[in-house]
Design a protein around this ligand. Structure first.
Ligand code: CP
Length: 305
């Protein structure tokens, strides 16, 4: 079934039917990936534009395209592109669309993805726009939740850390809102609580949520979704230093606990390495799931799945 949109900028544009179709195609892509390479996207070119740092999103988009037989053009860092000379995002999209068949872009400004999509003549995917959205991360998070738990409905989800600027938790909250009987425990310092745009969505959809500042409130959930306090979102570095390691999850917190631990990564100390060997630790498997999910999105948006 083709997706009913050309560009993916936000999880708010997805229905449950779209989401489940993406997860279904991603599961097929996992098989393609384990078998080796396919030529489904042979002759197609992905422009991978990363104007903000990335390891997982960029490399998983690029390997996804290569594993489907396509090619990749890449640009990184605003200072090495003509955006630095003052070219607009709209003109950049006009140009890149003449060189590539599909575009994935990460940019530090919230709203840049909408601007780019409105100007792009080829399919455009938001790979993270500042503190805005990160829809492909949310889809791989959902794929991971389904894979680890065998279902998504009726789960208790605890989110911990920087809920204010964390685009992954914003995108995932909207996506989980499509499922039944989900409840959220939101754990953050007062300065980094979930923004009103997300809590008003919970209220509007009658989704149960509680706010806490102690990580203990999340240890009996089904999923404990840890996040990093993001240095790059703070104008005042002393504020960042004060808040950065308020929550440090270690193996001792997880003794006799069944909770599955996720994190979009990178981590910068908020999960101790002694958690890595526990069966609860799903975060590296989660990062690996970015490949089949992005393979599915590239193929679907190019009308080839
Ligand atoms: N999760 C995520 O977006 O990681 P990168 O910043 O490394 O892409």
């Amino acid at each position: 079934m083709p997706l009913p949109f050309k560009h993916l900028t936000s999880t708010k544009q997805l229905t449950r039917v779209d989401t489940e179709e993406i997860l279904r195609v991603a599961a097929e892509m996992q098989t393609v990936r384990t078998k080796g390479k396919s030529d489904l996207l042979k002759g197609k070119v992905l422009a991978s534009l990363f104007y903000e740092p990335s390891t997982r999103t960029r490399l998983s988009f690029e390997t996804a395209m290569l594993r489907l037989g396509g090619d990749v053009l890449t640009a990184e860092g605003i200072q090495f592109s003509s955006l630095y000379k003052g070219e607009t995002i709209e003109d950049t999209m006009e140009m890149v669309g003449q060189y590539a068949d599909i575009i994935a872009m990460r940019h530090p400004d919230q709203g840049s993805a909408e601007k780019a999509a409105s100007a792009s003549k080829v399919p455009f995917i938001n790979a993270g726009d500042g503190p805005g959205q990160h829809p492909t991360q949310a889809l791989l998070d959902l794929y991971t939740i389904n894979d680890e738990m065998g279902k998504v409905d009726s789960l208790k989800i605890a989110m911990v850390g920087d809920l204010r600027y964390g685009r992954t938790v914003h995108s995932l909250s909207y996506l989980l809102g499509l499922y039944n009987n989900i409840s959220f425990t939101l754990i953050s310092p007062q300065e980094l609580t979930m923004p009103e745009k997300v809590t008003s969505f919970f209220k509007e959809k009658n989704i149960s949520y509680e706010e806490h500042d102690d990580i203990a409130a999340g240890l009996d959930a089904d999923i404990l979704y840890m996040t990093r306090v993001q240095q790059e979102r703070f104008a005042d570095k002393s504020e960042y230093e004060r808040l950065k390691l308020k929550y440090i999850l270690s193996a001792k917190h997880l003794k006799d606990k069944k909770v599955t631990v996720m994190h979009p990564l990178p981590r910068v100390g908020e999960i101790s390495t002694d958690v890595d060997a526990l069966p609860n630790a799903a975060y590296f498997r989660q990062a690996g799931n970015g490949v089949p999910v992005r393979m599915a999105l590239l193929a679907m948006l190019l009308g080839k799945a």
